[in-house]
Design a binder for this molecule. Structure first.
Ligand code: UT7
Length: 333
């Protein structure tokens, strides 16, 4: 039987809003302090987007995508599929992916969004990789993009200090051989959806006026209850990915985790016996950008020369849904 192709990343890109909001700036907005934020989360600053600066979800995703396509040397009309992981599209519909399809003029691509909270990028990557394996797609653009600042309650110090805006994208091409995406692994537990949610505004849109009055469109999070679960889920799904590929923890050259909290990342790395110098983090500069965090970190790691040819790279994420996931890649570019 002919071996199935796999998706290989041939270009990465990212985009971040210009405005930097530091912990000191936040001290002016809510009852918080730099020491608490850094000690509990590792975050020093985050980016905040503005539509007045052309930093909508579509703008950020388009810029990240163009950067990835340029690196890949692939023109947008070659794309068969565009998948965006996001919970903050510019509109309920059309999808963010369709809006990016239009702005890139990617006339041959199917386009759709995936809503999986902070795991949105890994879910999107998995959809595109599976389509490549089935032979229904040869070239795909996969994005993670968020403007979480638009759904934050700036009076809630428990959430507004943690999140930020940004976008990351990768271009995948179908390839036979041993390089590229080795596997993807996805999980969910909807019974714990109430630990992290934004309540109103979708099919409840007719009640939008009540919603505005009750401020119920804001992101709500029980961070403390998520914390331990995040570490357990990230550890177990990483082990599943390793076992699936007959690898052990020592085989991992780089880990690029979802950037929710530095302590979660450190605890997961410790469980997996992966030294922190193999783990790429940029949470101190961007905060938690949800589905954008992995592709944004991957693009920085790639452009910074941190990812070597032949490296085994572990991606892991955890977020609203609850959802969590992992992917193992053999890197070449
Ligand atoms: O992206 C994927 C999903 N998200 C996550 O996985 C996030 C997981 N959770 C976390 O990252 C952490 O739980 C947080 C960073 C959200 C919070 O850290 P924590 O160590 O779990 O703190 P806590 O929520 O237990 O709060 C401890 C104290 C509380 O005060 P009391 O009740 O002990 O007096 C809070 O009121 O810290 C207080 N607090 C703050 N103080 C200063 C909460 N937020 C702040 C703040 N500044 N911004």
């Amino acid at each position: 039987m002919a071996t199935m192709p796999r998706g290989r990343i041939v270009g990465t890109g990212s985009a971040a809003p210009k405005k930097i909001l530091s912990n000191a700036d936040l001290e002016e907005i809510v009852d918080t302090n730099d020491e608490w934020i850094v000690r509990r989360s590792g975050i020093q600053e985050r980016r905040i987007s503005s539509k007045d600066r052309n930093e909508t979800t579509t703008d950020l995703a388009t810029q990240a995508s163009r950067n990835a396509l340029d690196m890949a040397g692939i023109s947008p009309d070659k794309l068969d599929m565009i998948v965006a992981g996001t919970v903050t599209p510019d509109r309920q519909f059309p999808s963010a992916a369709c809006m990016v399809q239009e702005s890139l003029d990617a006339g041959n691509a199917a386009a759709f969004d995936v809503s999986a909270g902070c795991s949105g990028f890994l879910y999107a990557l998995s959809m595109a990789h599976n389509a490549i394996q089935c032979g229904t797609c040869k070239t795909a653009l996969v994005m993670g993009v968020e403007r979480l600042s638009t759904i934050l309650n700036w009076e809630d110090r428990g959430t507004c200090v943690l999140l930020g805006d940004g976008a990351g994208a990768v271009v995948l091409t179908a390839e036979k051989g041993d390089n590229g995406i080795l596997s993807t692994h996805l999980r969910s537990d909807g019974s714990l959806g109430n630990l992290l949610y934004s309540s109103e505004g979708k099919s409840s849109l007719p009640e939008i006026l009540d919603c505005v009055e009750q401020k119920s469109f804001y992101l709500e999070m029980e961070g403390n209850r998520l914390f331990k679960r995040a570490i357990n889920c990230l550890t177990s799904i990483a082990r599943e990915a390793l076992a699936h590929n007959a690898m052990c923890e020592a085989d991992i050259d780089n880990m690029i985790p979802h950037q929710a909290n530095l302590r979660i990342i450190q605890a997961t790395a410790k469980n997996l016996k992966i030294s922190m110098d193999k783990v790429y983090t940029n949470i101190h500069r961007y905060g938690n950008t949800s589905s954008a965090s992995i592709p944004l970190a991957m693009d920085e790691a790639n452009r910074g020369g941190h990812l070597e040819t032949g490296a085994n790279i572990l991606l892991v994420s955890f977020g609203a849904g609850l959802t969590w996931g992992a992917s193992l890649l053999k890197w070449t570019m």
